[in-house]
Design a protein around this ligand. Structure first.
Ligand SMILES: [Zn+2]
Length: 427
């Protein structure tokens, strides 16, 4: 028998509406009842959590672990360590690997690999279409049987609405959530940065907000038609927030997520042509950032995530138009969201922030984690909400370094990550 007691922390467990100073007991990798706390055992590991928040292990539903195929950017092992270093006990990995995760054998490989080397739980998604090409559906039924947690073509977007409709209908049949990277290729064209003042000033091709909004609207219509949930990934524009707010008020099964860079930065940051500010979807205007903050505050945007997108230096250190999109995020996202949403803008309190990283993604994915209920797997994160720290990317666990946040001073971060009753990372 193994046991651990986490003493005197502020236990925040939104799934059970719990927020109190208490001890948390873990026995054999599971959360144990309070009555067990008084039961003194000699081999018990004691952790002092005074001044810390003790919450369910955080879940990041949007991560690129890059294997198979791109191990020079990240591996399942290094990405798992980065997740743990950010306070995450579960990550959902995207299918744009090589080969693409559009078939059962690639999914089986990812699961085997994660089982062997990842220190956190890795839940793979399957592609919606073969090779993420948007033309022919992937074998969604077989993917479901292999245990994918959801389907998505992230990095790409199915343009043909009829193909997307059939995907949503199949997903409904096998009870899989559909996640979508919303990008209308005709409207976006070769767009690199937000279409607005700075794209004009710099002479860079614009990526208009309407290119996202058109697909958010398409997804609302299909979610309604097919009576099945569609989750819109990395929402960036005020128009998307308005569309989601209206649809959710009507009861449509639609949701949206936010990444920290889309609220921490605006398109003004691209002026120096630093490719660490090049993301897809792009950094947007201050008015869009304000709308995202309001969407988070009123619950329209219900999930926080990173879109952790590692790239090697040699890939990012090229001309702006030649560089790949995306930044790493697992080790900065909690600090950025705590600093911006809770401390600076005061849009949500810390219990809601934890809920957006636990209960909300667990509900979308229909998984049994994200709670400290007695009997639940002991995935636990300890957070110091007031710890002031400076981002130093050369200290990160990720195999890549493409972050625009190096040197930022943030308030709040995870200090210990526990998976299945074992500490897998601590500060
Ligand atoms: Zn994406």
């Amino acid at each position: 028998m193994s046991a651990m007691i986490i003493r005197n922390g502020r236990v925040i467990d939104p799934a059970n509406k719990r927020d109190e100073i208490a001890d948390l007991l873990v026995v054999d990798g599971r959360i144990a009842g309070r009555s067990g706390v008084r039961d003194q055992r000699s081999d018990i590991e004691e952790i002092d959590a005074k001044g810390l928040i003790v919450c369910p292990g955080l879940i990041d539903i949007h991560v690129h672990l890059r294997e198979p195929g791109f191990g020079h950017k990240e591996t399942i092992e290094s990405g798992g360590r980065a997740a743990a270093g950010g306070g995450f006990t579960t990550v959902v990995c995207m299918p744009n690997t090589s080969p693409a995760a559009d078939n059962p054998s690639t999914i089986a490989w990812i699961k085997d690999r994660a089982e062997a080397v990842a220190c956190v739980n890795v839940l793979p998604t399957g592609a919606i279409s073969k090779n993420l090409a948007g033309e022919e559906l992937a074998p969604i039924g077989s993917l479901a049987q292999t245990g994918v947690i959801a389907i998505t073509d992230d990095g790409h977007c199915i343009q043909n609405h009829e193909v997307m409709r059939r995907a949503v209908e199949y997903a409904r049949m096998v009870d899989l959530p559909v996640l979508d990277h919303c990008q209308d290729y005709n409207l976006v064209g070769n767009g690199l940065v937000h279409e607005g003042y700075f794209s004009t000033l710099l002479g860079l091709p614009g990526w208009p907000a309407v290119g996202e909004e058109a697909m958010v609207m398409r997804n609302i219509l299909l979610a309604e038609l097919c009576d099945h949930h569609i989750h819109c990934q990395h929402i960036t524009s005020s128009g998307s927030v308005r569309l989601l707010r209206e649809a959710r008020a009507r009861g449509v099964k639609i949701s949206g997520e936010v990444c920290p860079h889309h609220i921490a930065l605006t398109d003004e940051a691209i002026q120096n042509f630093d490719t660490n500010y090049k993301m897809n979807p792009p950094l947007r205007s201050p008015a869009d950032v304000e709308a995202l903050l309001e969407g988070i505050a009123d619950g329209t945007l219900s999930i926080l995530c990173s879109d952790h997108a590692p790239h090697a230096d040699f890939e990012k250190e090229v001309e702006f138009d030649a560089a790949p999109f995306g930044i790493i995020g697992l080790e900065t996202e909690l600090g950025l969201f705590l600093d911006l949403l809770v401390h600076k803008h005061r849009k949500i309190d810390i219990a809601r922030l934890i809920e957006m990283y636990t209960v909300e993604p667990a509900r979308l994915l229909k998984i049994q984690t994200g709670t400290l209920s007695v009997g639940a797997r002991a995935d636990v994160t300890l957070i110091d909400p007031n710890l002031e720290w400076t981002v130093k990317i050369d200290k990160f666990e990720s195999a890549s370094r493409n972050s625009p946040f190096n040197g930022w001073k943030l308030k709040g971060r995870a200090v210990r990550t526990i998976v299945c009753g074992k500490t897998v990372w601590k500060l």
